[in-house]
Design a protein around this ligand. Structure first.
Ligand SMILES: Cc1cc2nc3c(=O)[nH]c(=O)nc-3n(C[C@H](O)[C@H](O)[C@H](O)COP(=O)(O)OP(=O)(O)OC[C@H]3O[C@@H](n4cnc5c(N)ncnc54)[C@H](O)[C@@H]3O)c2cc1C
Length: 492
């Protein structure tokens, strides 16, 4: 492209965070379109990483995912004559420092909706402004921003169905258009010599590489998307059955932005318009994602452990060593309920768990074991590759009934019935609990009810090679109804 004198900025920096891609990236597009020279930066933020190291979580799989994605990005940028600037430090200091070193006029980044990220961005904005630099926050993670879908009286929605209706009514083709950077690629500038190439290894920042069940990067996302596209039409029929792998498993890619939400929503919307019921159901899930970002933005207290419905903070959860023991049993997948243990093993082994199972195990923790849902939320936050504060909090508060549009408190999943309904032949259970593989379908969901000689013939010794159930569901249900009765009284 010829030298473009009409560009507004001489030099710009794009700060990547949850958007590890070049394709269809709002901040990158705007920076390239409006600047003569553009560099890209990613900060391995000590404010986020050091607490993980302090807790001994050095085998966090997400770091391996991030590294794979950064390496892919760097290789692509190298083929375009530049590279990714990677720094290990505090974003609050690194971003202004790199901006100074490169003498940029503006820093561009995509907006985050989490309270801590918003506060950090505000601080960085102030520092940059002091040094006469612009700071631009773009909409990229969502189709609609926090204030784009409001009720008639200008309030944020708190119920999903009317939100979704308004979301679909507001949608126009322009919301789904990709940001194509092709015409502006010549603005990508080589990294100057005085900025010594510096690529801290995963090990040097304190983490160990972990095997991933699916590759990271935009390539990994594309593989999953291609696979999912073959059966998206069946999504509404298959999505609840963990053995069928009927969902996209793209959540980690959406989390780190190795695929754009516009690309996915565009594909789902086009198929939905053509009458595809699977795509319609899938688009609804993508709208839940926007919904929970919007909820978190408008209710930042959720990030501090508050119930969306304050009366639910009065619930008295199990306490002390008993609660600790119940919680550990749940985390370690030794509850004696096969569907719960299989799901928790899936989480512990792969860092992903099927949505139906997330609902079942979450319900089991707070409504069978009586353990505070926040403990489960925290465990998920550590284990899930796709951990996202807004979606995770939304999911836990939905199950525990304290959330914005939650299931009623008296709706208590029966783990045996859920297991029979959604894994009728025990295919999923057998995959993760080989100890029970031989059990006939009749007993796979509740081995403790099987005749003793059936169990011993099939090599199952309850209490030895597979646990006895930790609790009786009927009893637990009654306890939970009592526990939640305080809420009922308060809400009156
Ligand atoms: C207790 C609990 C905790 C959860 N924690 C998280 C979390 O930390 N991160 C996360 O991304 N999702 C979370 N979810 C939502 C959901 O379980 C996952 O998004 C989904 O299982 C990811 O698998 P998938 O990519 O195959 O989803 P698909 O069914 O293919 O859906 C496509 C995408 O839509 C989004 N999505 C789907 N369902 C939801 C939902 N209920 N809320 C928000 N977004 C949704 C995800 O980005 C997902 O990748 C949680 C749900 C529950 C019940």
């Amino acid at each position: 492209m010829p030298h473009n004198h009409s560009k507004k900025f001489q030099r710009s920096l794009v700060w990547l965070r949850r958007d590890l891609r070049l394709k269809d990236n709002a901040a990158l597009y705007k920076a390239l379109q409006q600047s003569e020279h553009v560099w890209l930066l990613f900060v391995l933020d000590k404010e986020i990483l050091d607490p993980l190291i302090e807790q001994g979580l050095t085998k966090d799989r997400r770091l391996s995912f991030i590294y794979d994605s950064l390496e892919e990005l760097n290789n692509t940028l190298a083929s375009l004559g530049t590279g990714l600037i990677l720094r290990h430090g505090q974003a609050r200091t690194c971003v202004p420092e790199i901006a100074e070193l490169l003498q940029v006029d503006a820093v561009w980044t995509n907006q985050d909706y989490e309270p801590m990220a918003i506060a950090r961005d505000r601080d960085i904005d102030l520092i940059l402004k002091k040094n006469k630099r612009h700071f631009f926050l773009l909409k990229d993670q969502t189709i609609f921003h926090q204030n784009e879908i409001l009720t008639k009286s200008g309030q944020a929605y708190s119920i999903f169905t009317p939100y979704k209706k308004a979301w679909l009514e507001k949608l126009t083709p322009s919301h789904l258009l990709p940001y194509s950077i092709k015409p502006y690629l010549n603005a990508l500038a080589p990294i100057p010599d005085h900025m010594t190439p510096h690529w801290p290894s995963l090990e040097s920042i304190g983490f160990q590489r972990q095997p991933l069940s699916h590759p990271g990067g935009t390539r990994g996302a594309q593989i999953l998307l291609n696979k999912f596209s073959e059966h998206v039409s069946l999504y509404h029929l298959q999505k609840d059955y963990p053995a069928l792998s009927g969902s996209s498993e793209l959540s980690v890619h959406l989390r780190f932005g190795t695929i754009s939400i516009r690309q996915l929503a565009q594909s789902a919307y086009t198929k939905m318009q053509a009458g595809d019921p699977g795509a319609k159901s899938w688009l609804s899930e993508l709208i839940w994602r926007d919904f929970y970002f919007m909820i978190l933005y408008h209710h930042p207290k959720l990030a501090e452990g508050a119930s969306f419905k304050p009366e639910y903070d009065a619930i008295e959860w199990e306490r002390g060593p008993q609660a600790q023991l119940l919680f550990e049993t749940w985390c370690k997948a030794t509850t004696g309920y096969p569907i719960i243990d299989a799901a928790m093993r899936q989480l512990n082994q792969t860092g992903w768990m099927h949505n139906r199972l997330r609902m079942i195990v979450a319900s089991f923790l707070c409504k069978d074991l009586g353990v505070d849902w926040r403990w489960g939320e925290y465990y998920f936050a550590q284990q899930l590759n796709d951990f996202d504060l807004a979606a995770n909090n939304g999911g836990w508060q939905w199950v525990s009934s304290s959330g914005c549009d939650a299931q009623p408190y008296f709706r208590i999943f029966n783990p045996i019935l859920q297991s029979k309904k959604f894994d009728p032949e025990g295919i999923f259970i057998r995959k993760y609990i080989p100890e029970l593989r031989q059990l006939p379908n009749q007993w796979i969901h509740c081995p403790w009810l099987a005749p003793t000689n059936t169990l011993s013939d099939l090599g199952v010794k309850l209490g030895e090679n597979y646990p006895q159930p930790i609790i009786n569901h009927q009893y637990a249900r009654e306890q939970t109804l009592k526990r939640y009765a305080t809420v009922k009284t308060q809400a009156k």
